[in-house]
Design a protein around this ligand. Structure first.
Ligand SMILES: [Zn+2]
Length: 111
């Protein structure tokens, strides 16, 4: 991975983090405790509770991704960044662009 690719990747990660933080803020809003009085218009309280659990699970996923991305960002300048932690081969640049927090190559990802 050359310097230019690292720089591109860093920007990609920062971009994703920005979007993720917005999403997390929205989800935090959506997972506020549901008040007992029905303030949901056409939405029944049951629907509100269902939506809340969907949003809570999305929030957990988003937070986990944020942690991985932030960790990856601190490592992007290390010489072995972008190498598979399992087989040591370089992870495809395309894969890193799509999933910058990847620590394994495509071949090892499922192991
Ligand atoms: Zn590998």
């Amino acid at each position: 991975m050359d310097q230019e690719q690292r720089e591109q990747l860093r920007q990609q990660m920062q971009q994703q983090l920005t979007e993720l933080k917005e999403r997390i803020a929205q989800l935090e809003e959506a997972t506020q405790p549901i008040s007992p009085d029905n303030a949901y218009g056409r939405l029944s309280r049951m629907d509100a509770i269902n939506n809340k659990s969907v949003n809570e699970s999305a929030l957990r996923t988003a937070r986990a991704k944020q942690q991985k991305l932030e960790k990856a960002l601190t490592k992007v300048d290390e010489p072995d960044f972008g190498h598979c932690t399992l087989c040591g081969r370089p992870i495809q640049a395309k894969r890193l662009m799509f999933l910058p927090e990847s620590t394994r190559c495509v071949q090892c990802a499922d192991r």
